[in-house]
Design a protein around this ligand. Structure first.
Ligand code: PMP
Length: 438
């Protein structure tokens, strides 16, 4: 494989990137193994973000590499409509086991964005299938991120992501976000204050009437907007209100799935069960694009009880692609064989102490942790939001650690196979970066 710098970088239009700045100062990764990337200059870079939250088992896990290689030679593609292949069914059963049979069915997509839009469409179609066609409103939350499809963008609550693409879907409302730096700063686990923010759903119901509302979607822990952890009791309250009003509750677990909080999913951590759950990323350990929607049996049943025909007119050419299924089956095996969740659980206290040891360093105004996730919020430079954290990101990469920033928040989410020595390296280097920041 080519490990040298590309001759030209002009044609590739990079996603979510300041293309002009990047192409002037590119950061290029050429290989990955275990906890480390290697950059184009041959430097090792400790992966503090599991890629983009998607490599819980560490890079280049031999079992996953072998499974994908074998499948590409055996069944490179199978049509998805009116046709199937065994690995897709096998994986679905294994996923039911992995999620402790909290759900009855799984629908495959190719990304988190597709999983979100699929879940929203299932919610709308579910109510129609039951003769409750008035339920069309969708409710998201401020500072929520649900991908880049028009559905996900509409229920998402990030202004800059939305503003170029309006007016988006009609009939969408947003709950307030739960972030409260004043009351909850430097929290460990679920912050104390803010469960009552779930009651804002009552206000929306009073305004529009429950009979018009199809679904509420939230990330249990909002990742992309800087690790916003739900206040104690908030998710349970949201569940109660949705049940009371016949509204479907969807958890977007694209980043919180697959051990990120030391449990299989966030539903296990918070002990709250949504009606649907979206996921992606860790589902294949980041190797082959794949997303999924898990649904409770009663939702699937509503479609099966409708007049015979195609029950859900929705899907993708690559839904349940054989390579993705092979990668996911192998990922679940690695989770079991290598005790990935157990490792995450045993290291969590050490991780949490290491993150909070950054308290008191220049510009650090908040630190929040849950599972193997950390958000470190820096004070913004006046008139230049995001500039300080981005400077930290660039320096960190030069010093051999990969961190992620969103606004002026540093978000960390390492592969779950890490050891204490990786935690020491990550925070040793990050502390040095923060001490020397302007
Ligand atoms: N939902 C959430 C909660 C996410 O964090 C992301 C991606 N970071 C998505 C949806 C979109 O996933 P994808 O980029 O795979 O489309």
């Amino acid at each position: 494989m080519n490990e040298s710098r590309p001759e030209s970088m002009s044609s590739f239009w990079m996603p979510f990137t300041n293309n002009r700045d990047f192409k002037a100062h590119p950061r290029l990764l050429v290989s990955a193994q275990g906890m480390y990337y290697k950059d184009v200059d041959g430097n090792a870079v400790l992966d503090g973000t599991a890629g983009l939250w998607c490599v819980p088992c560490g890079h280049a896990q031999p079992k996953i590499v072998a499974a994908v290689s074998e499948m590409v030679g055996q069944l490179d593609f199978a049509p998805t409509f009116q046709m199937g292949h065994p690995a897709a069914f096998d994986l679905a059963e294994r996923l039911m086991d992995y999620t402790n049979h909290k759900f009855g069915h799984v629908f495959y997509t190719n990304s988190g964005s597709e999983a979100v839009d699929t879940a929203l469409k299932i919610a709308l179609a579910y109510h129609k299938a039951r003769g409750d066609a008035g339920r069309t409103r969708l409710i998201g939350r401020e500072r929520g991120y649900h991908g880049v499809g028009f559905g996900g963008l509409s229920v998402g609550g990030i202004g800059p992501n939305r503003k170029a693409f309006g007016p988006l879907l009609p009939g969408v409302d947003h709950l307030p976000h739960t972030h409260n730096l004043g009351k909850n700063a430097f929290s460990r686990g679920e912050p104390e204050h803010g469960a009552e923010l779930a009651d804002e759903l009552e206000r929306i119901v009073a305004l529009h009437d429950a009979s018009t509302i199809a679904a509420v979607i939230v990330e249990p822990v909002a990742g992309s907007t800087g690790v916003l952890i739900p206040p104690q009791g908030y998710l349970k309250r949201l569940r109660e209100l949705c049940t009371k009003h016949g509204i479907l509750l969807i958890f977007d677990e694209v980043i919180t799935g697959f051990g990120r909080l030391t449990t299989p999913f966030a539903v296990d951590y918070f002990d709250v069960e949504p009606d649907m759950m979206t996921t992606a990323k860790g589902l294949t350990n980041g190797t082959v694009p794949m997303g999924a929607v898990f649904s409770k049996k009663f939702i699937h049943d509503a479609f099966m009880e409708a007049p015979a025909g195609i029950e859900l007119f929705h899907g993708y050419t690559y839904s349940g692609h054989p390579l993705a299924c092979a990668a996911s089956i192998a990922t679940l095996e690695v989770f079991k064989e290598q005790g990935i969740l157990e490792n995450a659980k045993s290291l969590q206290p050490y991780w949490e102490d290491a993150v909070h040891s950054l308290r008191g360093l220049p510009h650090v105004i908040d630190i929040r942790t849950i599972g193997l996730v950390a958000g470190i919020e820096l004070e913004s430079i006046l008139g230049k939001p995001g500039a300080r954290a981005f400077a930290a990101f660039k320096q960190a990469f030069a010093d051999g650690i990969l961190i992620r920033t969103t606004g002026d928040i540093i978000a960390l989410s390492p592969p779950l196979v890490l050891e204490k020595k990786h935690i020491d390296e990550l925070f040793g280097k990050l502390a040095a970066v923060l001490k020397n920041l302007d």
